[in-house]
Design a protein around this ligand. Structure first.
Ligand code: AMP
Length: 216
């Protein structure tokens, strides 16, 4: 089964994809994570992408199309993938269609996490994670039990994404409205788009996604 999660930054795509990948045995592919790994490795793609990502803008289509084209062909995605953060433009969606047709594969579901965009700035700008184990927290919604200490590994070092600053989040939301929202009519016209209310509690959203995907 091949699934795409669509929604603005902060909608919960990554959180839900992590849960669904375990239940359904799908490979969670986050292009944001892939690009951050390229930046951390100092690769050519990482060097091209870093400043664009820090501004909250979209990295050029050719780079993402090549990256995802190589990734979905790998054995760990053979049983199906769960795309988070790709496609983000109609050109990327068209390229994905061509890649899948070439592999005789299809898209089973494109699920839009429907959220209130205005709430996303607060959701994202409070995010931070443990530098050592990656556990995710939030200044208001998910604090550490002991101030300054990771619940999972006890580390006292935390990191924030450079693009989670409120002013950059606003640019990312604008990029979503202008460049990514046009995917919704594109997929609706093809009969694969499903909507799931994304403002509910995390467990409730997971349950609703499970209804769309069917029994694991
Ligand atoms: P994310 O982790 O999905 O919020 O992505 C972080 C940043 O990576 C975005 O703000 C973009 O700069 C870049 N990015 C991730 N996926 C894509 C994509 N499909 N197309 C263009 N840029 C992307």
């Amino acid at each position: 089964m091949n699934v795409i999660l669509v929604g603005p930054p902060g909608a919960g795509k990554g959180t839900q994809a992590e849960r669904l990948q375990k239940t359904y045995g799908l490979k969670h592919l986050s292009t944001g994570d892939m690009l951050r790994a390229e930046v951390a490795a100092g690769s050519q793609i990482g060097r091209q992408a870093k400043a664009i990502m820090d501004r909250g803008e979209l990295v050029p289509d050719e780079i993402l199309i090549r990256m995802i084209g190589e990734r979905i062909g790998q054995p760990d995605a053979a049983k199906g993938f769960l795309l988070d953060g790709f496609p983000r433009t109609v050109a990327q969606a068209q390229a994905l269609d061509t890649m899948l047709a070439g592999r005789k594969q299809k898209l089973d579901h494109v699920i839009q996490l429907v959220v209130n965009n205005d709430a996303m700035v607060e959701r994202i700008s409070g995010r931070f994670s443990c530098k050592k184990c990656g556990a995710g927290y939030h200044d208001s919604f998910k604090k550490t039990k002991k101030p300054g200490v990771c619940n999972v590994c006890g580390s006292t070092e935390f990191v924030r994404r450079p693009d989670d600053k409120p002013e950059t989040v606003r640019t990312r939301l604008e990029a979503y409205d202008k460049q990514t929202a046009p995917l919704l009519p594109y997929y609706r016209a093809r009969g694969v788009l499903r909507e799931v209310e994304g403002m509910a509690a995390i467990d409730e959203v997971t349950a609703k996604l499970g209804k769309v995907l069917g029994a694991a």
